[in-house]
Design a protein around this ligand. Sequence first.
Ligand code: GLN
Length: 481
Amino acid sequence: MDFLRTSLLDLVTLVRSGQTSPSDIFDAYRARIERYNPELRAYTTLRDKPETFAGADTPFAGVPYAVKDLYLEKGIRTTASSRMLEHFIAPYESTVTTRIMAAGASNLGKVTLDEFAMGGSGEKSALDIAKNPWDTERIAGGSSSGSAVAVAAGLAPFALGTDTGGSLRQPGSMCGVVGFKPTYGRNSRSGIIAMASSLDTPGTITRTVRDAAYIYGITAGHDPMDSTSRTESTAINATIWDRDRLDGMRVGIPKEYFIDGMDAGVRREIDAAIAKLADLGAEIVPVSLPNTEYCLAVYYIVMAAEVSTNLARYDGIRYGHAADTGMDIALNRSGGFGAEPKRRIMMGSFVLSAGFYDAYYRKASLIRELVRNDFRQAFEQVDVIATPVAPTVAWRFGATGDDPVKMYLEDVFTVPASLAGLPALSLPVGYALPTDGGTVEMPVGLQIIGPQLGEEKVFSVAHVLEMATIGKRRVPIDFEE
Ligand code: GLN
């Protein structure tokens, strides 16, 4: 089997036509995991092979998948890649994994992430630090690093992840696979360890746009267990898959996203992708999102405030890492959390503290509303917005050094859609040499952002572009059988 090119839907078709069985597929992925995971470090916990597999008539036909180690799975170790939860066994099951299981998929195991999903490289994991299969001296992108590596290296046909400020789109882009987050509230947050609750959005890493839409069709939809869950229909019109042109589609290009500091190679590939959209019949419309320059600051205030609140529960007494002294909460917390969560808890406590609240948190919340408005106005003129996913390709391990701000700057193009709760997808569109002297061309992703509840438009544009450029797609050849 061609693990680096076979999609989830290809596998479903193979099972349904009797050419292979879910059990054989599971074994084949397991064998690849055993062979490559010691180097790539995508998986943290492997699941046992199921005794029985779902039938071919179920939506997933028994096909396997990987889960970001932030989703609670009943009876399974769930670590958030933190020492704090290194030995935590989840007492219940997340809504999204419940729906995936009920639809007949088979669980391969849990994949690594930046600790508590805080990071953009995968380097901030306290357990496994996943490597980029295109060049194993480079980061995978984060925080859903293991999810992207598992799919890119053919260690899973699809993976679940979460995106709070870019965590599916960035690793998707850096590993050359599709990262997708729906509108905030479409996929339930119930049973997923919270980072920043007003931003956290469960989603997927897949090989194709159509796979992303297929999984979305199963996971999305109202869940009474999540008070921010949306109730609107999630149906996607099946005729979008027959389109091969974009006539009548208006694609907005926001001028604020084409800034200095973007690598020339990334710029070249993004420009080429936009030119391709025009060739395919789309109308390219310059738009403006004037508050873009404030988005990073707003995100790092709002996110940190919510992180400090959400992480207050880890005291090592009810659960979580307990130092030898047991009841000393301060000691438990300082031993359990790594540097990045600690930094964000401190930033968050600061921006929420009396005397600073108005200057930071309140102001950030007000600007967040302006950002939402920018998008609302832009979407009066266009169907979707296209931008780069990140200003650079994947960097070498350690390249951002001890300067957290260097890593935060990589989030500049992904956090605006998160602040506005919009659906967004990263599509592999090209390859560029890193500017640090690296000799391997690394994947570049185009971000396609839709209006609130506009998943269908995102899939539609992304699918047409994907079909028109699929011949250019490459695979990380070191992991070819
Ligand atoms: N890189 C961003 C951060 O560090 C986004 C993380 C995420 O989406 N979980 O906060």
